[in-house]
Design a protein around this ligand. Sequence first.
Ligand code: ADP
Length: 533
Amino acid sequence: MTDSKEFDNIDLHSSLKKYFGFSQFKGLQEEVIKNVLRQNNTFVIMPTGGGKSLCYQLPALMQEGTAIIVSPLIALMKNQVDAIRGVSSENGIAHVLNSSLNKGEIKQVKQDITDGVTKLLYVAPESLTKEENVEFLRSVTISFVAVDEAHCISEWGHDFRPEYRNLKSIVERLGDNIPIIGLTATATPKVQEDIIKNLGIGGATLFKASFNRPNLFYEVRTKTENIEADIIRFVKQNSGKSGIIYCLSRKKVEELAQVLQVNGVSAVPYHAGFDAKTRSKYQDMFLMEDVDVVVATIAFGMGIDKPDVRFVIHHDIPKSIESYYQETGRAGRDGGEGHCLAYYSYKDIEKLEKFMSGKPVAEQEIGNALLQEVVAYAETSMSRRKFMLHYFGEEFDEINGEGADMDDNTRNPKEKEEAKDGVEKLLKVVTGTSEKFKSKEIVNTLRGKTNAIISSHKTNEKEFFGIGSDKDKGYWMALIRQTLVAGLLRKEIEQYGVLHVTDNGKEFLKNPSSFMMTKDHVYNAENDNAIVG
Ligand code: ADP
C-alpha cells in the first residue's frame, strides 16, 4: 500500500469526496492521513470538533485489511459507524465488536472481516483484551490500530481507564509492526508523555492543532446565594438560544431545571439516573430545539454534535481544566458565538476535595494538583484564554492573538502594579529552598510561617525566611500563578506541583526588571485562608 499512487493528492481528495462528501481537508487532516498511509506511527492532538475521526476513517477505507479503532464508549462507536455507513452506504464496511452483540451478529462481523469487507472495526478496550477476539484478529489482516480518546491511558487525563494500559502488548500480539495511531483532545504535556510511553510510539510523528477557540468568550463569576437568579437572568438575556448548564449533582440538575421551568425557561434535566428512554427523549428535545436549555451532569455531552450551542454555564466548577475545556468546547462549534460562564467559590473546591478523600493517595494527589489549576484559572486576572492555552502547552499572544479580547479579564482589566521586588523575593525563596517546595510551602516561607514540612527542612532558620511577610497569601499565590505563566517559574507535575526556577527566571534574578502584576480576584479578598490553608 505504500506505492506512490497512495499519496497522490487527487486520489486522497477523490476518496474524501467519495466516502464523506467533503471537498477539502480540515486543518492537519491531510498531513495526518498521508502519514498513516505511510504506515507510520502517528500521534494526533486536536481539540474536539477538529476532525480527528476522519484521520483514521479515510486511510482505513483506502487501505487493505481492517483498521481497529479502540474507543471507550459504545454509544460513541455506534454514532461513528452509523455516520460512515450513511456516507458510503455499504453495509459491513464498519462494525462494532462488543459485548452487546449476540452470537449470530458476532459471526457476521467476523465473516465480514475475513472477507475483507470490513474496513473499520470499533472495539472497546475490554473486548480487545478477550482472548478469543485476540486469537481471531491475529488471523486477519490489520491495517493499523487507532486508539481514540488516547488520554484514557493517563491518570493525568480527565478520564483514566486502566484497560487502556494494556493496549500496546495486545497490539504486539496482533501482528508485526502494526502501525498505531493515538488520538486525543487532551493536550497537557504530561498526558502526551504518558500516551507516548504507554503506546510505545516514541518515534511517532506528532500532529498538534491549536486549542485556541477564538469564538468562545470565557467568564468566571463569584458564586453567591443569588446564583439561580443570576442564571435565570443570563438565560433570559439569551432567550431562544441553545445552552447547556452543567451541575455537579443529579439533585441540583433536577432542582435547577425545575427552577428554570417555573421561571418560563424551556429546559430539560439530564443525568445518568434517568432511564435510557427518558435520557434520549430529553437529549432529542434539546437537539431538535424543542427546548432551549439542558441542565445536566457531565453525563451529557460526549459525542453530542449540536453546532449552535450558544452558552455553556458551569453551576459548579469542574474538577480539572481539561474537563472545563472539553465541556465548554461544546459551545460555538459552528464558529458562532459561545459564552462560557463558570461560577466559582472556594467552598466548591473543598467539596470536590472531600469527594476524593476516600480514593487512593496517588489519585488524590493527582486530583488535588488538577484542582489547584482550576483554582488558579478561576482566580486569575490575566487573559483566561492565555492561561488555558498555557496549561495546554501553547503560547498565546494576549494582545494580537485570535480571540484576544474574548474573556472577562481582558474586557475589564484589573489594575496592575509593579512587582519586581516580589518576583525577586519569590524566585530567591524557590532557589533557596532547593526547588523542593510546592506553592503552599513557598508562600509560608515567604510569609515566615512554619509548618511541619518547613521545620523539617530547617527552612525557618534561613535568612530569607519571612522576607515577604508584608504581603498576604493571596498576593503571593497570585504572583506565583503569574510568574508561572510568564515562564519564570515552572511546576513539576510529576512531583504534584513542586516549583522550579526556569532559565528565564534565573536570568531575572541576575538582572531584575519590571514585572507588572495584575491584582487578582482574591488579592484583597476576605478569603485570605482559602488558597493555601
Ligand atoms: P473530533 O473527533 O475531533 O471531535 P469529528 O471527527 O467528530 O471531530 O469531526 C467534527 C465535525 O467535523 C464532524 O461533524 C465532521 O463531519 C466534520 N468534518 C470532519 N472533517 C471534515 C472535512 N474535511 N470537511 C468538512 N467537515 C469535516
